[in-house]
Design a protein around this ligand. Sequence first.
Ligand code: UD1
Ligand code: CA
Length: 464
Amino acid sequence: MNPLEIVILAAGKGTRMYSALPKVLHKVAGRTLLEHVILKAAALNPTAIHVVIGHGAEQVRQSLDTLPPDLRTLLHLQLQRAQQGTAHAVATALPEVGEHSEVLVLYGDTPLVPEGILKTLGSRRDGQTLLLLSARADEPYGYGRIVRAESGDFLRIVEEKDASEQERALTEINTGIVLCPAQLLREYLPRIGCDNAQHEYYLTDLPGLLRKDGKPVEVVISEDFDGLRGINNKMQLAHAERLYQSEQADKLMRAGVTLADPKRFDLRGTLKCGQDVFIDVNCIFEGEVSLGDNVTVGAGCVIRNCSIAAGSVISPYCVFEGSTLKERTTVGPFARLRPGNVLEDEVHVGNFVEVKNSHLKRGTKAGHLSYLGDSDIGADVNIGAGTITCNYDGANKHRTVLGDRVFVGSDTQLVAPVSVPDDVTIGAGTTYTRHIEAPQGALVTSRAKPRVVENYPRPTKEKR
Ligand code: UD1
Ligand code: CA
């Protein structure tokens, strides 16, 4: 078989988005439209992926920097200086395409294109035929229509803006996806004119042109229109998002995860789940998240790049990032875990507690209203309400180290760098600094002596 190369058209402005962002950089499930298409393209093992960029080229180029290196080596970016239409865009990439290659054209604004359909197209290529992918659409508005003869034979594609009323009634639409031998593209793209409503060079004129010349053109009709929808405006973007999310939710539920409502579930990355995981409504998972057996996630949680081990219970409205929670931890409601935390087995972090870059050993509890930053906290420590690690001196961050079984009374400030030995009891309201040299098991308090004024005359409002 001839080599397969892929051309992704991504130079358009996306006028109908009314956005400063180039269209292909809008996101579905946290990933740019273009990235979705590139991943689909890569799954076909092509020899090269050419991405035609133009509008916001520099921004689009930069957005690809985060792709894995093996994928980036496949990419060749081609600059289309002026966006003169889809045929012109393909022509821009053509000089880089091998002589005997076959070219699959994908649109950068069609992110959910099903891999199966692309594989079918790939398997039907024969080095001579143009394969055109169409679909049946209930509301075909905006799409190019497939015009056929009475015999049912393919004639040509007509764009919405150039179509007659009769043609607009046709419901077989052009998905935009074509597979064509490079040689035919070389020969026929230069013959495409721009005498149409948009004064653009339409790639969609190519199949009709070939047919007239007696070249082989085959139309493959897809049953799945949803995945082949192009995204031109914010409504279509939102529609694609929901479609994608519902597919992901289905996959998880099929694997045994309980979602309180699959319509109120969002995954922007990958989520691995053990057995009997329960996820309540309106949670968002981002990046790489794993949930162990029997984990429960309460309503409204946002969890990014975390691993949460078996039996842990996350109460509603928590925001977590970059943290590891071991088994049977209980966190929230309203807890915030910033990057770099390890919460060992049975740790409890309660409401309005913020933890950052900290290691909490087994069984430690911080129930209410605290900030624990840059700290190493031993096992079975009790952190009272209102405890603050003063980790920042205005220039540098310092660590707080607490031994095992330390009891921290409420409203304590731990002024880092500071280290508290095992079994120390810190009285409520203590300002604990490194100058306090308490031995293991000691009680430390720092309280101003209270002053008592008897029969205190409260201030009263002045009369005018
Ligand atoms: C296009 C098709 C239409 C099809 C529909 C499917 C044409 C003329 N029309 O219409 O038949 O039903 O897609 O979704 O092809 N682009 C460039 N350079 C350009 C122009 C466009 O790279 O000069 C890129 C765009 O960034 C976009 C893609 O090509 O990713 C398609 O362009 P768009 O303007 O969205 O075409 P549609 O009007 O949707
Ligand atoms: Ca489009």
